[in-house]
Design a binder for this molecule. Structure first.
Ligand code: FAD
Ligand code: DHB
Length: 390
């Protein structure tokens, strides 16, 4: 069987790409290793840039997002218990972000793909790529014990950090950049009212904390924990007490405790692989780069990659113009590095690294104090948080 584009992975990047191609009449097949329930159940990001919202609107998968998403025009930064407001809307000429969980966005995209006759092969095992340097690439996979092969024109690896796409690229063509942080985020989903009207990013002597939300009745909170910590180390009580301590006495009294229904620890990492394409293979989203979550860029970066890649594939299939495909990696990577910089910067300003009593520690603190005391500093933060244009 021949299909113009084979997409590996049904995370946000693969699903969005498939739908963007579909509305321009370009067929694709998505091969996904896990089952639908697993993909729809993964709890991850919660903040959408308006560029990402715009892509969901463009493909017409926006009814539930428009009804349930919450627009935020600012964030709070709390330092040692004192809250500062970053009025992003005022600082960026009216821009906002939208609170809408990645889980919901994924469910909406899968439902829309299937409703439009889209082909998603869940539980596709042993996916492997052949002939990426030729003009006749193909993809093999096993489904229900039977081997299948799809020939195609292009392969989009939207298969996350652990996927097969990046690993298929010749090692000598790939340059990788990495920073691993000595801490992770313990994240909790609970049935409770949000702490404030907007997100609170808190920097405290005991470490970073973040109060986010999914709706008026569900909160998503995080605390910085040492990399070695295990989920068993964190009872619900210990989590709520630590969160209150890091928010300081005034905001602690605003924390509403509720039933915790998800708790997990995610490591923090910065990673970039260059280039993002080789022959007929194109990488998008976490397959090519990872950011630490401070600043909520991971999902949004996947969306901007897919915007560039879909435009390039559409130009090729509709106008036989290959320039976009040739320039994809360069174009995407320029925006990737800006988001990498911002996520690293937010992470370093707001977390505790255990070297606070050193030159580096003092400089990080001075940077945070400067940003919060300067309109120019706050504007830089706001401009990046709402998302750079693409
Ligand atoms: P993914 O969502 O990872 O999707 C890749 C898909 O490919 C998956 O469905 C996977 O099963 C499939 N796949 C992998 N390998 C294969 C294979 N060999 N064959 C077939 N299919 C395969 N970002 C934020 O902004 N804020 C957050 O709070 C946040 N929390 C996160 C927590 C965790 C635990 C993780 C892992 C990420 C988090 N992120 C967060 C990042 C954000 O969720 C990602 O940037 C986003 O999911 C990227 O989308 P993607 O489609 O590129 O990759
Ligand atoms: C959420 C995650 C983030 O990484 C962030 O910066 C803000 C919010 C969230 O899961 O709600």
């Amino acid at each position: 069987m021949h299909v113009p584009v084979v997409i590996i992975g049904s995370g946000p990047s693969g699903l969005l790409l498939s739908h963007l191609l579909h509305i321009r009449g370009i067929a694709s097949v998505i091969l996904e290793r896990k089952n639908r329930q697993h993909v729809e159940g993964r709890i991850r990001a919660g903040v959408l840039e308006m560029g990402t919202v715009g892509l969901m609107r463009k493909i017409g998968v926006d009814q539930r997002m428009n009804a349930e998403g919450i627009l935020h025009g600012g964030i709070y930064i709390s330092v040692d218990g004192k809250r500062h407001h970053i009025n992003m809307k005022a600082l960026t000429g009216g821009q906002t972000v939208m609170i809408y969980g990645q889980t919901e966005l994924t469910k909406d995209l899968i439902a829309a793909r299937l409703a439009h006759g889209g082909d998603i092969v869940f539980e596709a095992e042993d996916v492997s790529l052949q002939g990426i340097e030729s003009d006749k690439p193909s993809v093999r996979y096993v489904k229900d014990g039977a081997e299948h092969q799809l020939s195609c024109d292009y392969i989009a690896a939207c298969d996350g950090y652990h996927g097969v796409g990046r690993r298929t690229m010749p090692e000598n063509r790939l340059k990788t950049f990495e920073r691993v942080y000595p801490f992770g985020w313990l994240g909790v989903l609970a049935k409770a009212k949000p702490v404030a009207d907007e997100l609170i990013y808190a920097s405290h002597a005991r470490g970073f904390a973040l109060c986010s939300m999914r709706s008026e009745t569900v909160v998503r909170h995080y605390v910085q924990v040492p990399s070695e910590d295990k989920i068993e180390d964190w009872s619900d009580d210990r989590f709520w007490n630590e969160l209150r301590t890091r928010l300081g006495p005034d905001d602690a009294s605003l924390v509403n405790e509720g039933e915790v229904f998800e708790k997990s620890i995610a490591p923090l990492r910065s990673f970039v692989a260059e280039p993002m394409s080789h022959g007929r293979l194109f990488l998008a989203g976490d397959a090519a780069h990872i950011v630490p979550p401070t600043g909520a860029k991971g999902l949004n970066l996947a969306a901007s990659d897919v915007h560039y890649l879909s435009e390039a594939l559409i130009a090729k299939f509709c106008e036989n113009d290959e320039r976009g495909l040739a320039q994809y990696s360069q174009k995407a990577i320029a925006r990737v590095w800006k988001a990498e910089r911002f996520s690293w910067w937010m992470t370093s300003m707001l977390h505790r690294f255990g070297d606070e009593d050193s030159f580096d520690g003092r400089v990080r603190r001075a940077e945070l104090d400067y940003v919060l005391s300067s309109d120019a500093g706050k504007t830089t933060l706001a401009e990046n948080y709402v998302g750079l244009p693409f």
